[in-house]
Structures are given as structure tokens and as C-alpha cells.
Design a protein around this ligand. Sequence first.
Ligand SMILES: Nc1ncnc2c1ncn2[C@@H]1O[C@H](COP(=O)(O)OP(=O)(O)OP(=O)(O)O)[C@@H](O)[C@H]1O
Ligand SMILES: [Mg+2]
Length: 169
Amino acid sequence: MSERPLIEVCNLVRKYKNRTFGNHYTTAVNDVSFSIHSSETLGLVGESGSGKSTTGRLLLGLEPADEGRVFFEGTDITSLSSREMKPWRRRMQVIFQDPYTAINPRKTIQHFIAEPLLVHGLVRSLREAEDHISTLLRQVGLDPSLMTRSPHEFSGGQRQRICIARALL
Ligand SMILES: Nc1ncnc2c1ncn2[C@@H]1O[C@H](COP(=O)(O)OP(=O)(O)OP(=O)(O)O)[C@@H](O)[C@H]1O
Ligand SMILES: [Mg+2]
């Protein structure tokens, strides 16, 4: 095990304002700390609504923490601007719990999987990404000929595999 953890989460706190009672807050994440080393897998277990997904979103910087820090290879990513965060984003992938809300329903799955390549300027067109997407779809057990279909034409499990393909990419 290397000395420095890959990810270090320190004292994360996230409170959500209660819509109906103005000054009341729900504490979704309360003083959570853990670290993950390279090649290590961490499972977070807890009852429904205990703050697991929120912890994940805070870790990725998808929403701001009220308190606490996240270090990625020693860099404090909680203090970065969205522009400074961009190169780090390439290295952190997520497979969301609900694959249907994660995939844009109006685009083909080819577009969904290739989107990160387009966003980071690694390919200029969908065509250029086609071979890569075929390989990824095969890797998750889906036929590459399905890439021009829409998300609603897949089952829940298949949609989750489409999300895994994008995370692998
Ligand atoms: N955007 C939000 N606005 C307000 N409250 C929220 C928001 N997101 C989550 N919560 C609340 O924060 C708490 C933690 O939710 P979270 O989604 O992190 O739970 P979870 O552990 O992932 O649950 P599950 O096992 O059901 O997926 C819950 O009480 C939830 O209602
Ligand atoms: Mg959850």
C-alpha cells in the first residue's frame, strides 16, 4: 500500500435547508472522514437516506460541502474553481444509482458515452469515437450495433451497463 492515499475525505458536512420550515436544516452528511488508497475498494453501508449518495457527490465536487475537505492525491480539490477542477474530473468517474436520470433521454447512447471525449476535446466528432465506443459496449456485454438507439430502448440493467461503459472510458 502506498503511503499517500488516493482520496482523503476529511470531516465532510452537508446540510440541506428545509423548504417548508425556513430555518430548519437536514444534516445529510455529518463529519464524515475516510481515505482510499490506490487499488483499494471502499464500500459505504447505511440505511436509506443516511447520506451515502450525498457523500459521493461531495467527494466528486458535484455539490459544495458546508464543511470539510477532499484531497485527491494530496491536492485539496474542494478549493478549486470549476476550471481548475476540469483536469481532475477526467480521473474521477461515477456510475449513478438511477441510470435513467443519468442519461440524457433525447440523445443516442453513442452520444452519451462519447460526451466526455467531446467535452475534453479528445475527439472532434462522434464518428471519430465510434470504434472506441464499439469496444466499450462489447466490454459491458452489449452489441455495438445498438449504439444509435435511445436510452428508453434499453432495460434498467442495460442502462446501468451503458453508464459503466462511460465510466470506463
Ligand atoms: N438535494 C437535496 N435537497 C434536500 N435534501 C436532500 C437532497 N439530497 C439528499 N437529501 C436528503 O439528504 C439525506 C441523505 O440522502 P442520500 O441520497 O445521500 O441518502 P442515501 O444514503 O444515498 O440513501 P439510499 O440508500 O436510499 O440511496 C436524505 O434525508 C435526503 O432526503
Ligand atoms: Mg443513494
